[in-house]
Ligand binder design. Sequence first.
Ligand SMILES: CSC[C@@H](O)[C@@H](O)C(=O)COP(=O)(O)O
Length: 369
Amino acid sequence: MVRAMQIDGKPWRTIWRNQSGGIGIIDQTRLPHAFETLTLRTLDDAAVAIRTMQVRGAPLIGAAAAYGLALGLTEDATDLGLERAHRRLIETRPTAVNLRWALGRVVDAVCALPPEVRVATAFAEADALAEEDVAINAAIGRFGAELIKEIAGRKPGQVVNILTHCNAGWLATVDWGTATAPIYQAFAAGIPLHVFVDETRPRNQGAFLTAWELGRAGVPHTVIADNAGGHFMQHGMVDLAIVGTDRTTRTGDVCNKIGTYLKALAANDCGVPFYVALPSSTIDWTLTDGRDIPIEERSGAEVTHIAGRTKDGAIATVQLTPDGSKVANPGFDVTPARLVTGLITERGIAPATEQGLLRLFPERARPKG
Ligand SMILES: CSC[C@@H](O)[C@@H](O)C(=O)COP(=O)(O)O
C-alpha cells in the first residue's frame, strides 16, 4: 500500500513511541517554517501539547490523549491517578469528540485491572487505537478516491479540482488524514488533480499545515484566502469540496473548523458536491442537533496577531488590528446535514442522515420501545 506520510522520502507518523519510553510528536506549532519533533514524557506534557496545539486535529487529539493517559498512569496508576489524568486531559479541548472517545477506550481497558498492570495495558490500548486510525483513514481514502475517479471519468484529460478547509490531513491524524486520504490515494492512482487550500484564518491551518503536507507529497495545490472559495465555485473551478469534522451528530450535522459552514453554503448555491470525511470515532451518537456541540472559544490574540517568517528567516509576530478593538474567536462552526452531500467513513459513504449513518453502523441503532 502507498504510504501517505513521507518527509524527504522517509516515512513518518504524527505520533509514535520512542526508544526512551516517551511519546514522539511533530511540533505542529513550528510548521511550516521549521520541522521539529518533541518527546512527551509526562501527563502534563501531553495535556500541554494538546492544549497548545502542538498536536491538533480530532483523530490525533484522540491518539495523543490515549498516550497521555498511559503516561499519567506511569505517575500514579491508582483509581485516583486514573481519574486525575482523565480530568486533566478531557479539559484540554472541548469540541473534538475523539478526545472523550479515546480516553473512554483507555479507561475501559484498564479500570478493572490491578494498578500494577495498568500502564502496560494503557500503552497497548493507545498503540491499538493509533494503528486503527491509520487503517480507518486508509479505508476512507479508498472510498473517497472513487468519488474523485468518477469525476475524473466525466472530464477526461482534465484536472479534478478539490477544495478543502483547515487541515484534515495526515498532520491531523496518525497517518493519511481524513479529507486528504482520498486526495493522496487518487493522486497515487494517477488521477490528475489540484487542491484549493483555504488559508483558514485565524490559525491558518490550511496555509501552514495543509499546504506544507501537500507540498511534501508533491500534490499540486493553491492556497487561497478564505473569502475566495465562493468565487472559484461560482466560476466552475471547484469540482468537489472535502473537509474533515471534529464532531458529527447521529443526524449528520457536522462541526468543523470555523468557516466550514460558509463553504458549504457556497457549495450548495453553486451545485458543488460537499463531502465530509470522518472516522466513526468522530460521530457523537448521543447528539441529534449540531447546535448542542460545544464550540471552543479561543484567544482573541489569534485574531489580533499573526506570526510568519521575515526576510531574514526569523519568525516574528505582528499586530493586525487597532489597539482597543474587541475581537471574538469561535474555533468551530456547525454545517447542518442538509448542506452535506455525503459522509465518507471507513465503512463507506453515507447520506448525512441518521438513517444513512445507521445503515453503515447498525450497532448504533437505539433499542426499540
Ligand atoms: C481529520 S481532522 C478534522 C478536524 O479536526 C479538522 O478539520 C479541524 O478542524 C482541526 O482543528 P484544529 O483546531 O486545528 O484542531
